[in-house]
Write a protein that binds this ligand. Structure first.
Ligand code: ADP
Ligand code: S3P
Ligand code: MG
Length: 180
């Protein structure tokens, strides 16, 4: 059964922002795996990285994604690294239509370089880090994607409209009544 909308893509692609709006558009509940992890631990993501390292964070992320993937009728914004684990890729593709929000490293850098809430960006050369992450992850994003949507230059409202339109074109989805 595939009635969820899952957003994947690198940091800054707009998963959290667009996911919230898509949920409103389709009258679905919105979940963000990072927000669920923060709510459960009671601390922000950077603190989890400090205290437990990236592996500790990834273990929590896998647990949360396994649970959220079981819900029905939701939009799920994932963390950018969630697709690194095979178990997450399998859970996400079973759970719903996966939308890859795609942008270049340069575009993402311009959006998020000032934001201190992404521990993986706290390097001497965040642009280079984004390039490396994109190179390492792109194949996984493409592997899980039902739909690929460029988000580097477009406005949020336009991206939301485009995703709604494309999802409505896919068969066997209960989205036909979405308001635009
Ligand atoms: N299409 C867009 N155009 C301009 N800014 C955007 C767009 N999408 C998201 N943003 C901004 O980029 C930043 C990262 O967005 P966010 O939704 O947190 O991305 P993600 O969850 O993929 O890391 C936020 O400041 C957000 O307002
Ligand atoms: O790309 C990554 O590995 C990460 C992306 C972040 O989420 P966003 O993609 O929503 O920024 C968050 O899960 C964590 O900082 C790790
Ligand atoms: Mg996010």
């Amino acid at each position: 059964m595939q009635d969820n909308i899952i957003l994947v893509g690198l940091m800054g692609a707009g998963k959290s922002t667009i996911g919230r709006q898509l949920a409103r558009r389709f009258n679905l509940e919105f979940y963000d795996s990072d927000k669920t992890i923060e709510a459960r631990t009671g601390v922000p993501i950077p603190t989890i990285f400090e205290m437990e390292g990236e592996q500790g964070f990834r273990d929590r992320e896998e647990q949360v994604i396994a649970e959220l993937s079981q819900l029905r009728g939701v939009v799920l914004a994932t963390g950018g690294g969630s697709i690194l684990r095979e178990a997450n890729r399998a859970a996400l593709t079973r759970s719903g239509r996966v939308v890859y929000l795609r942008a270049s490293a340069e575009q993402l850098y311009n959006r998020i370089h000032h934001d201190k809430n992404r521990p993986l960006m706290q390097t001497d050369n965040p642009l280079q880090t984004l390039r490396s992450l994109l190179q390492a992850r792109e194949a996984h994003y493409l592997e899980v994607a039902d739909l690929i949507v460029p988000t580097g230059k477009q406005k949020v409202a336009h991206i939301v409209n485009l995703i709604a339109q494309k999802l409505n074109q896919l068969q066997d989805l209960p989205y036909a009544n979405a308001q635009s």
